[in-house]
Write a protein that binds this ligand. Structure first.
Ligand SMILES: NC(=O)CCC(=O)C(=O)O
Length: 265
């Protein structure tokens, strides 16, 4: 199976509409080169451009969905279209990822569960998702998570329990915490014996330089490929059957001690 992670540069000198068009052509260019294409978190606005969330919010099947559905079907690829600021019918905002089939249908939508910012930014502007999402592809089952979710291993265990073998993480991770990004991507791969496909952004928005360095990690924790800091398409070939082999040959997941009593205080 081949996956292309499109590490888009998100800078303020480009309009949202221009970036949408440019991204759609990058997706189309993956025709024949990839089975699965992955885009980053909030690439229309930038993950740290908080003022833009409300202005650029769109319904689930809004302009980004429409442009990406067309691009996915033109290219004949599965497309994890990263996330958009979604305006729900009740008016609330969510950081919502879209997964599209090669015919352009919406296969899944995931509202980010762990919102970043503590008492500011996304954490106060967006609502929290409440559902884990997996998507069955012909070759593998995707488990989807977004950016800050990467710090919460229990979410990934939930995805593995739901059948995930390939963990896909769009992000808008800042350069200043790049070492955490690489470390956490490898940790989530090793502990879950799963592939991790983590796609970040390049560029600088709202004064926050982005880390880039999108990464693909195998179920043994080895880095199969990693991007640099600028806009880049990172294409990698991987064998989804390695997940089952790794879990069989080194069956650590079977040794989980579930239902341990709470510590005494
Ligand atoms: N957009 C995000 O979720 C940023 C996460 C982040 O900066 C971090 O976890 O560190």
């Amino acid at each position: 199976m081949r996956a292309s992670l499109i590490q888009i540069a998100v800078n303020e000198d480009e309009s949202v509409e221009a970036r949408r068009r440019r991204t759609a052509s990058l997706v189309r260019e993956q025709a024949g080169a990839a089975d699965l294409v992955v885009l980053p978190e909030l690439w229309t606005t930038g993950a740290f451009a908080f003022e833009a969330f409300d202005v650029e919010a769109e319904p689930l099947e809004g302009p980004t969905y429409e442009a990406m559905a067309k691009a996915a079907s033109d290219a004949g690829v599965w497309l994890h279209a990263g996330s958009v600021p979604e305006r729900a019918p009740d008016g609330h905002l969510y950081n919502t990822s879209l997964v599209l089939s090669p015919s352009g249908d919406l296969a899944a939508a995931y509202r980010k569960i762990h919102r970043f910012g503590f008492d500011k930014g996304e954490a106060v502007l967006m609502g929290a998702g409440e559902e884990l999402v997996t998507v069955r592809l012909p070759e593998t089952t995707l488990g989807v998570a977004t950016c800050y979710d990467l710090r919460f291993p229990e979410l990934f265990r939930g995805l593995v329990d739901a059948g995930a073998e390939t963990l896909v993480v769009p992000a808008g991770w800042p350069e200043r915490r790049r070492s955490h990004w690489t470390l956490l991507a490898q940790a989530r791969a090793v502990e879950n014996q799963a592939f991790v496909l983590a796609c970040g952004t390049a560029g600088t928005h709202a004064g926050v330089p982005q880390a880039g360095h999108s990464i693909v990690v195998d179920p043994w924790g080895e880095v199969l490929a990693q991007a640099g800091g600028d806009e880049e398409v990172l294409t990698v070939e991987f064998d989804p059957a390695r997940v089952a082999r790794t879990r069989e040959q080194f069956p650590a997941l079977k040794d989980r001690m579930l239902g341990l009593p709470a510590p005494r205080r």
